[in-house]
Design a protein around this ligand. Sequence first.
Ligand SMILES: Cc1ncc(COP(=O)(O)O)c(C=O)c1O
Length: 397
Amino acid sequence: MEVKPELLQSLNKNLALVGPSAIRAFDVEVSAIPNIIKLTLGEPDFNVPEHIKQAAIQSIIDDDSHYAASNGTLALRQAAANFLQDRYQVNYDAESEIIVTVGATEAIYATLTTILNPDDKIILPTPIFPLYIAVGLVDGAQPVYINTAATDFILTPDLLKAAIAEHGDAIKAVVLNFPSNPTGVTYSDEQVKALADVLRETSIIVISDEIYSELSYDNDHVSMAKYLPEQTIVLNGVSKSHAMTGYRIGILAGPAKLVQKIAMIHQFTITTASNPAMAAATEALGTEAGRQDTLDMKAAYRQRRDFVYEQMTSLGFQVAKPDGAFYIFAKIPAGYLQDDFEFARDLANKNGLALIPGSSFGPGGEGYVRLSYAAAIETLQEAMSRLTLYMKENKND
Ligand SMILES: Cc1ncc(COP(=O)(O)O)c(C=O)c1O
């Protein structure tokens, strides 16, 4: 059906600032290639463990079919509070300091929309999960990108201080995401503490996206809330820890008075998450079996990371060793197509392997590709054979 053309002129003008997700657009483009291996989306290949599925099924059988409390069932909020306390030694009151969201995605939207006024500035260390850029722009804010490529994809206190000195009180918020999508890099206890020390002197709100916290390989994850609870909104969830992306359950935690404000946007947009999904997430976060699921998945991811890291570095890719999440962010070696979109397209078309062009993640991602190793080891082996062949046959003289 055709829309009356004038209507399109009067929509939210900020939408013109953002295109559709570059990652999804590229994924759709390469999906048309026959026999393609796609290591594109951040989508775990595991099925949801049986006891978690049963919890969702039981919720349906029990006619658990009415609106839950807007901030989520108390059982899940309590399980989330216990999880955060047990795993990261941070204390939140289940009743007043936690919201169950529809994926971390909704937590990002609700938090940014609560915080930002038009023309506020938001610090985005890049490369970054592009949703932060899109939602910030739609909310009318101005992103302040800090390119972290030269500091091994770590936001250093000096880089942060320089941005604060330049932009002053216009800065409302900073987004941190660790372990990081797209780089897999994470922050040590000292690094988290050093950033907290800088931010404590300001009124900047920290949005600490820790959705990959349970997939930290070499060191225990340290939450930003350990050092700066009064200024931090922590985002987490079960999408990555329990391969539950389709269940759409996220967790948001922060100081009560700030969380109450975010709860308003949450209520205006989604009312509450769905009961069967919340029952499943309660099982995932609140049981010993759920904890074991994550440990098993993490062991498999670690093996895959080691394999892909070793293969790609030996092909000449420069990779900041990923300590977490399930991504490898690799610099295209000299002697090949250097534009990351051209390289990724060429690789997909000639050898049937799809990776995401790094510039989709903002400044600092140019000349890189992101590989998601949340795929079976056999798939990764075949992917590396295809990449090896491509690198052999496409080097410029
Ligand atoms: C850093 C980061 N935050 C949030 C999300 C969204 O998570 P969810 O599927 O729970 O909405 C993702 C998904 O890829 C992510 O990588």
